[in-house]
Design a protein around this ligand. Structure first.
Ligand SMILES: [Zn+2]
Ligand SMILES: [Zn+2]
Length: 456
């Protein structure tokens, strides 16, 4: 595919003229779009985004100073927890799972509630947040991802907001959000809504409710804001850094119960990046995902519908692929018997002759050198010595003792030759050691390159 000239640089991949598709949109855009110079120790103070610095640093300072001389009343503590969850749901169930990913349908009432609650976290309007988040999913781990995890934990946590972005996030389609009346309304009145929900409401409830105006300001407003903000920032930082990758390992997102607890269920981030249209992040019923339970409850009371779930078959396919890859790594780390194509083929007479000077025993068509094992044989050295130079197949497989799978695996490691015309004993399991009955093969490998047919 020919590269389009710089003059026809494509900003919107949805409107690429036929025949002009670059081989890779990300590398093409990075090459053609100018970026601001990188942030260094020399220029960092000139590159600060002052509004974001104010929003991110003033509340924790005020909160910590306030907490030093304000006793936490138990009812204000409860209000802190309740209001953290309510505003947190605004972000996780609203901003994230409804508007960024359309994982369910919400009634207008629920949309308005979530838009108002979400404003209380002061992370920008739905329109701004969801646009960045869609770019994060579409260009994960690249420079078109606004919180690219490869730029480090600090950058993906808050660095990307504190400093002016080095380049525009990659294109993401947000036409649905531009037409959504609740999203438009929230964007228009965002500053007012954010002030009311982040400051006025938490203080007023604690003040009128139980007379704790100051506690309401310190704990329910300032420190609650800091707590919920950093909890959601962890989705971009810790969730790409801490945990496991059970569904796919191509990119950085990870699943972790600890981050799930911190982020109200968003910590099953590996699942989420694989299946972003699923209303759950915790796919398994027992996984801690209060946002999933909140949405399920909303459905039961008629506030939400069409909760989307990804096909179990495809989820399990992804899980199996990762498990097989890990098994393959484990398989490759182990030592296996010599392959028959690497073993010499001996006639019976040659075997007998060589057995006069070496402790060779024939079992199931293979000749084994048991010299180093004679003294370790659990059944005693005598049994082995008696079978040197003989075919001990029947003795090994039950004639004298029906050996364990472990013994059979160990025996196969002592193979030194193949007996020409060695009597096939009919059953594969006598030839193929139990450790090799199943194996993980890559798609371009033969299913069984150790087949006994080749032997006899
Ligand atoms: Zn997401
Ligand atoms: Zn992510």
């Amino acid at each position: 595919m020919g590269q389009p000239s710089k003059a026809t640089y494509i900003q919107d991949p949805e409107r690429i003229p036929t025949g002009s598709i670059p081989d890779n949109y990300v590398s093409y855009t990075l090459k053609n779009e100018e970026a601001l110079p990188p942030i260094t120790w020399k220029n960092w103070y000139k590159e600060l985004h002052w509004l974001h610095v104010f929003i991110l640093f003033v509340p924790p300072i005020l909160g910590i100073i306030g907490a030093c001389n304000t006793r936490l009343q138990w009812n204000t503590g409860v209000w802190f927890v309740v209001y953290s969850h309510l505003t947190g749901f605004g972000l996780s169930a609203g901003y994230h799972r409804l508007w960024a990913h359309r994982t369910y349908k919400a009634t207008k009432t629920l949309e308005i509630i979530l838009a108002i609650l979400g404003a209380g976290v002061v992370e920008g309007s739905i329109a701004w947040w969801a646009r960045g988040h869609r770019a994060h999913h579409r260009y994960t781990d690249t420079d078109l991802d606004p919180y690219n995890a490869h730029k480090g934990l600090f950058y993906s946590h808050i660095g990307w907001m504190i400093f002016k972005p080095r380049r525009k996030p990659g294109h993401a389609d947000v036409s649905d959000l531009r037409q959504n009346p609740v999203v438009k309304w929230q964007h228009r009145y965002y500053l007012l809504l954010a002030f009311i929900m982040a400051v006025v409401v938490p203080i007023t409830v604690a003040g009128y409710g139980w007379g704790d105006w100051k506690g309401g300001y310190v704990y329910a407003s300032m420190l609650r804001l800091v707590f919920v903000q950093h909890s959601t920032f962890c989705v971009n930082s810790l969730c790409h850094w801490l945990g496991d990758k059970p569904y796919d390992d191509k990119l950085t997102p990870k699943d972790c119960v600890l981050t799930a607890v911190i982020t109200m269920g968003e910590g099953y981030h590996n699942f989420h990046h694989q299946f972003p249209m699923d209303y759950r992040n915790g796919y398994k019923w027992y996984q801690y995902d209060p946002t999933k339970w909140f949405l399920w409850t909303c459905k039961k009371v008629g506030l939400a519908s069409h909760l989307k779930t990804f096909s179990d078959n495809e989820v399990q396919k992804g899980e199996l692929a990762v498990q097989l890859k890990r098994l393959r790594q484990k398989q490759e780390a182990l030592a296996w018997p010599a392959e028959h194509r690497d073993l010499p083929v001996l006639k019976w007479e040659d075997y007998q002759r060589q057995a006069e000077s070496r402790a060779l025993i024939c079992i199931a068509g293979y000749i084994h050198d048991v010299g180093s094992f004679i003294d370790k044989h659990p059944g005693g050295a005598l049994l082995l010595k008696r079978n040197i130079g003989k075919d001990a197949t029947t003795a090994f497989f039950g004639g004298i003792y029906d050996h364990s799978h472990g013994a059979h695996n160990l025996l196969s490691m002592m193979r030194v030759a193949i007996l020409l015309g060695g009597a096939p004993h009919g059953l594969d399991e006598k030839v193929v050691p139990p450790g090799q009955h199943l194996r993980v093969a890559r798609y371009d490998e033969p299913a069984n390159n150790d087949h006994p047919e080749v032997l006899f």
